[in-house]
Design a protein around this ligand. Structure first.
Ligand code: ATP
Ligand code: FE2
Length: 320
């Protein structure tokens, strides 16, 4: 049994994995009414919920602490105060249980959990709040083939949603408002496999100020931003010769986004995989699951540190 702890940003999650199966996946999210994440407040939230979520995870899995053989913790990348809370909690439990720590890169965990639902060697389209990357395995590393040149697609959606008076997180609100909207042209920014969203953000805000309907803006935002990501992902599939696409990150909860990926994949005879929602958003189960892969490959340590800025392609992938 490997216990996994997620605390890179707004979510504190605890998961338990054993032999590739998820036995528990509990989480609690720091939410704000207005404005974005305040790292110290989020860290405070994580500290407050950590022990009770830990107990809840053990209860859900119906196991005793003694069954845990290692504590995986998402130590990178993320907000330093939040990462520290997760690491300190993991350290304390590891010491109490006398088991090793397993450092898990958060982005890679999104990819590995996608492999757990059936993909073997996919391209990952990772679309979350802070991150937007197209990742695939090549030459012993997870390489970033394309990414956002400015902000993550989720943060972009959250920003315009906030501007239009919707709460946080904005993604689900935009999805609701998009129903019945009509298409208007917005800046479509893709260079090779890289994308950018700031031009579209400015344009939407200007159009909103001029009185353009929120439903039309929401609909067009989805059509434009997701088309950019799907085009970049298709290019990565063509470039790498891979035949599977996995979606990851909270934005992947969007039904229209999933539909566009599905259409692209069926047109080029690739397989499309999208994990269930509880595994798409930030969660402890993907950390536990990936931690078990690493643990079985001999990656575990007495102590580890946080790496707030570690990039996906800095991790040596020795477990594949
Ligand atoms: P990271 O994983 O990069 O640290 P994060 O923690 O913000 O970023 P997630 O929890 O994976 O990421 O995703 C949160 C994001 O997903 C938010 O920006 C939210 O608006 C977006 N999101 C959630 N549901 C939807 C939806 N239905 N449509 C579009 N976006 C969505
Ligand atoms: Fe994430």
């Amino acid at each position: 049994m490997i216990l996994g702890i997620e605390s890179t940003a707004h979510t504190f999650g605890v998961g338990i994995a054993s032999k590739g199966n998820i036995l528990a996946n509990v989480r609690d999210m720091y939410k704000t009414q207005k404005g974005g994440i305040i790292p110290m407040e989020s860290a405070h939230h994580h500290k407050a919920v950590s022990e009770s979520l830990y107990v809840k995870a053990l209860e859900t899995a119906n196991i005793s602490e003694k069954a845990i053989k290692g504590i995986a913790v998402s130590n990178a990348p993320g907000l330093a105060p939040c990462l520290l809370v997760g690491l300190e909690f993991a350290r304390r439990k590891a010491r109490e249980l006398n088991v090793p720590l397993i450092p898990v890169n958060h982005c890679i965990a999104h990819l590995e959990i996608g492999r757990s639902v059936g993909a073997s060697d996919p391209v990952l389209l990772y679309a979350s709040g802070a991150n937007t990357q197209i990742i695939a395995y090549a030459g012993g590393m997870y390489r970033v083939f394309g990414e956002t040149l400015d902000i993550g697609v989720g943060n972009f959606i959250d920003k315009v949603a906030r501007y239009m008076g919707m709460g946080f997180p904005g993604g689900p609100q935009v999805e609701i408002h998009a129903k019945g909207g009509k298409y208007i042209e917005l800046p479509y920014a893709i260079k090779g496999m890289d994308v950018s969203f700031s031009g579209m953000q400015t344009k939407i805000q200007q159009l909103f100020d001029k009185g353009m309907a929120v439903s039309d803006l929401s609909y067009s935002l989805q059509e434009t931003a997701f088309a950019m990501l799907v085009e970049a992902a298709e290019r990565a599939l063509a470039h790498t010769g891979k035949k599977e696409l996995v979606l990851g990150g909270g934005v992947a909860c969007n039904a229209r986004f999933q539909e566009m990926c599905r259409i692209m994949c069926s047109e080029r005879k690739a397989k499309f995989y999208c994990p269930e929602k509880s595994l798409l958003v930030d969660n402890g189960a993907m950390i536990a699951y990936t931690g078990e892969l690493l643990f079985n490959a001999g990656i575990h340590e007495k102590d580890i540190d946080i790496k707030p800025r570690e990039r996906t392609d800095e991790v040596h992938v020795t477990w594949r």
